[in-house]
Structures are given as C-alpha cells and as structure tokens.
Design a binder for this molecule. Sequence first.
Ligand code: DGL
Length: 276
Amino acid sequence: MSGKRARVTVFDSGAGGLSVVRALVACGIDVDISYVADTAFFPYGDRGDAELLARLPALLDASVETTRADLLITACNTASTLALDAIRAAVRVPVVGVVPAIKPAAALTRTGVIGLLATPRTIARAYTDALIADHASHVKVLRHGPGDLALAAEQVLAGETVDPAVFERAMEGLLLQENLAGAAMDVVVLACTHYPFVREELAATRAMAGREVVFLEPGEAIARRTAALLGLPAGSGTATLGTACTTGGALSRLETLVRRFGFAATASLADSPQGG
Ligand code: DGL
C-alpha cells in the first residue's frame, strides 16, 4: 500500500464490531477505520436466514463503496456463518470474516469440554457444525444461544443498568448442560462480537463461582489477519478512526457508543434495495 494509508471498514449489526475495532487499534498498524452498523436490522440473532441472505451482499457492497474501503471485516458471526461466500462474491475488496473460534478452543481445552456462546442463529448454522466436525471432533462442544445477550452488551457498553439474570441465564445455559454431561467446561468461545463487552459480567455470575474458565474472543486474531493481508507489520503504525455509518432505526445508543469509542462522525448509509 505504498504511500497511501489503507482503509478498513468494520461491519456489524450493532456495536459488537467495536470489539474488533479495539483489537485493530491495539495491533498498531497504519489504517483508517470506518464502521458500519446495520442498526435498522439489529439484532441479527432474531432474523431469519432468508432475510439476512437477501440483505447482506448488497448492503456490504454499498458499505464498501460508501466508505471506499480497501478491505472489509464482517465483524459479525451471525452474518459470516451464513453469508460469507455471498458477501465475498458481491464486494470488490478482500473480506475477513469473523466465525466461532472453535479450532483454538479445541487446542486449548485440558478437560475436553468447551462452550460455544453465540446468537441463536450462529449456534444452529451448518457452518458451525462443519467447524466443529473439522476441528473439534475429539472434544465435547456445549452450545448455547441466548436471545438477549447482544442487546445487554450494548446496554452495558452504554452504562445502562442490565438485570444480572441475563448473564446468569447465559452461563447456566452452558453449565447446566455441563452438569448433565458430568464434565468440566474450561474454555468458552465468545462467538458473537458483542460478548467481549460483557466478559466480566459473565465471569462474575453465581454459576461461574469457583471455576477456572478461559473466555476466547477473536479480535486479536482478526487484527493480525488484517495486518497480514494489508502487508503491514503489527506495531508499525497507528490506526485512525473516521466515520461510523448506520442504516437507521433506534440510533441514539449506537451513535453515543461510536463517538465515545473515537469515531469522528456518524452518517446514514443508504439502505440496501432489499433492506427492510
Ligand atoms: N455481533 C453479532 C455477532 O457476532 C450479532 C449480534 C446480533 O445482532 O444479534 O453475531
């Protein structure tokens, strides 16, 4: 990228992709980062496959065009596990997807039991089944898909009060399965980009008392992959944050969050033709 700073656009349904932005900034590379949040359609965990498949390729193509990106990070497991091929076919720049970190979790576990915490859609996807079959057939994978955790993460990030029962239920959803299986889960894959923002709340639940569990999040690996694709050595530069675009809907929380994160301005992205 001689002479010109690379432009990277990070996409998510809402604020979850900010966990990937945080990792990109920490990686220390000369990139200009834009953010696109599909606020009009949030949360994706409630959306059917057909409506997401009809929406995502055109929306991400428009995102890349509007932000003039050199590289797109689909920082959403729910979108990536469904539509990565269709997105790659639609956009004209390299696409880095974010999918459940099953392989590193399977390599890390000492007890042979890992948990997969993701949206209800992501845990049920054929893509997720294939990841488990390819990389974790030798371990037990407990899956749980809480419907309310992504929104709770946005609320926590915004400093709003959230009922702790949301986090308790999320961990019980894994640990009660564990009890039935009679095994000890020692690694949890945070396979929704929102969840790193509630890692402490999850770790502090009663259900987790006295347990040693590693929570895996993908941000650092995604940042390293991005740096490699752009030919930029980690630690060689400084990222800058530009504009955050949204697709409408209830915007005030997201706008506050992206500005607090350091994005200079917010703008509205023209909705995709198929969009709702
Ligand atoms: N952050 C998204 C993910 O990684 C989805 C959250 C949602 O919109 O339900 O799956």
